[in-house]
Each structure stands twice: as C-alpha cells, then as structure tokens.
Ligand binder design. Structure first.
Ligand SMILES: Nc1ncnc2c1ncn2[C@@H]1O[C@H](COP(=O)(O)OP(=O)(O)O)[C@@H](O)[C@H]1O
Ligand SMILES: [Mg+2]
Length: 253
C-alpha cells in the first residue's frame, strides 16, 4: 500500500516566522530541505493530521501541493539551538513530524497581481469548503507562486471539528464555513462540486500515522472512521453548501 516517505531530520536551519505555528526549515538525511510542522507545536498533532489529509486529498484532486513526508526528529537536535522557543519546540517534538518539500524562491501568491483563472479559483474555493479550511483569506492566502504555478500550503487549521471530539461524536448536519474572506472568491467562476470518490478518502486516511491519530486517546481505527463519516456526510450535503457558495460568489460579481 502507498505510504508517505520517511526521512530523518539532520539539521535545523531556521524558523519560518509567519503564522503562529512556528514551522522550521530542516535538512534531512536524503539531503532534501523540508518545511517542518512540529507535532509539539501549540495546535498539536491534529494540525499535522489535517495537513496530511487535506494536502494529499488536494493533490489527488489535481492541485499542486509540495511533497509531504514524515520526518523523524531526534529531540537532541535541540541542543545546538540558541533560540529558547525553538529549543523547546524541538525538545517536545521527538518522533514523527510532518515535512513539506521546501520550494526555494517561492513567492506568496497574490491573486491581484496574478489572475489565477476562474477554474482554479472556483475549484479551490470548493475544496476549502469541503474540508472547512478557514486559512485561505486574502489576508493570509497560504498559497505560493513557484515556477509560475500556484501551490497550496498550510492546511493545519482545516477539519476543525476534530478538536472537539467526544466519544459520541457524529458528523453535524451543517458546518460553519464563510466564503466572504476567501482569497479566491473575487476570481472564481461558477462553482460546481468536484468528484471525490470514497476510495480516495480511504486512501488518504491510510497515509496518516497512527501516532498522530491516537494522540488524544482515540483509537486510530475509530479516528479514521470519524473522518470517513465526516466526508461522507459533507459530500452528501454538497448540493446545499455548493449552492450557498455559488450564491456568495454570484453576489460578489
Ligand atoms: N513548502 C514551502 N516552500 C517554501 N516556503 C514555504 C513552504 N511552506 C511554507 N513556506 C513559508 O513559510 C510560511 C509559514 O508556513 P505555513 O505553512 O503557512 O505555516 P504557519 O502559517 O502556520 O506559520 C509560509 O507563509 C511560506 O512563506
Ligand atoms: Mg500560513
């Protein structure tokens, strides 16, 4: 079965201070450079779960996403780190972390400077509504322009319902998602659902390490089952929320 590649971090290079999660640039034993999302960061391992699920789903739906790898981190890497905050983060993040292939020389993507085209814009808006990604606003688009193409990053805040799981959790009938601030709203063409087969969801969920899924005490099979139920319910409701998205878009034009 397909799995995410695993590498070992060999050197912490520098923090990427942008949002709150303090990702860092690391070098790994395959000589690649990766943007590391730490399991010990404030948002916890669930941010890594969301990052993996949404990134791999987006890739399978035809979006460009940097390669995602699992990064083994030896917490003793912290010893050489002068910055106290970084040192603590490294020390707390021993084990499996998530890495994104570093795209050297990428720019933050701004749709005002470069038109993404109506098709990419509406597909991305729909994807973010599917996965409840609230982190794609015009203030903070989390899109990179690299080799003239648009690349998706930073999906750790998606699937936010998993932060409030109880043993009796069921997917809600509806979820809050506001398109108003979405970076692609002004550029989007008519919005229609993408085809997301159930086995695509299953495949993506098998890529997520058990240790991240189980970090809150939920057995990994149960956690995968909950995400599966979420996607089944959200996709079954797609006609309704797609219509609401389309109404928001049409009102903008
Ligand atoms: N794969 C990547 N290649 C190049 N730069 C990246 C990559 N991933 C993130 N960055 C840069 O690091 C910044 C912070 O990363 P991001 O994933 O958005 O984390 P957060 O917003 O939680 O701090 C991004 O805004 C971007 O400038
Ligand atoms: Mg970000």
């Amino acid at each position: 079965m397909e799995q995410l590649r695993t590498v070992a971090a060999t050197r912490y290079v520098t923090p990427l201070r942008e949002g709150g999660s303090l990702p860092g640039l690391v070098e790994a034993d395959d000589l690649g450079m990766y943007v590391l999302k730490f399991r010990g960061a404030g948002q916890g391992p669930k941010a890594l779960v969301a990052e993996a699920i949404v990134g791999e789903l987006a890739r399978r739906l035809g979006f460009r996403v940097p390669d995602i790898v699992l990064v083994d981190l030896d917490p003793t890497l912290a010893k050489n780190e002068p910055d106290q905050e970084v040192q603590e983060l490294l020390a707390k993040s021993g084990g499996v972390n998530l890495g994104l292939d570093y795209l050297p020389g990428a720019f933050d993507f701004n749709p005002v400077v470069r038109d993404p085209g109506p098709e990419l814009a509406s597909r991305l808006l729909w994807l973010d509504a599917l996965v409840l990604n609230v982190d794609r606003s015009w203030r903070n688009p989390n899109l990179l322009l690299w080799h003239r193409d648009v690349w998706l990053i930073d999906h750790g805040a998606a699937l936010y319902f998993h932060h409030g799981w109880s043993p009796t959790w069921k997917p809600a009938a509806t979820y809050r998602f506001t398109a108003e601030d979405h970076v692609m709203l002004p550029a989007a063409g008519p919005i229609t659902p993408l085809d997301v087969p159930a086995d695509m969801i299953t495949e993506v969920l098998t890529l997520v390490p058990d240790s991240w899924l189980a970090a809150d005490g939920t057995p990994p099979t149960e956690a995968r089952d909950r995400y599966t139920r979420y996607f089944a319910a959200r996709l079954a409701n797609a006609p309704q929320w797609t219509e609401a998205l389309e109404a928001a878009r049409a009102a903008r034009v």
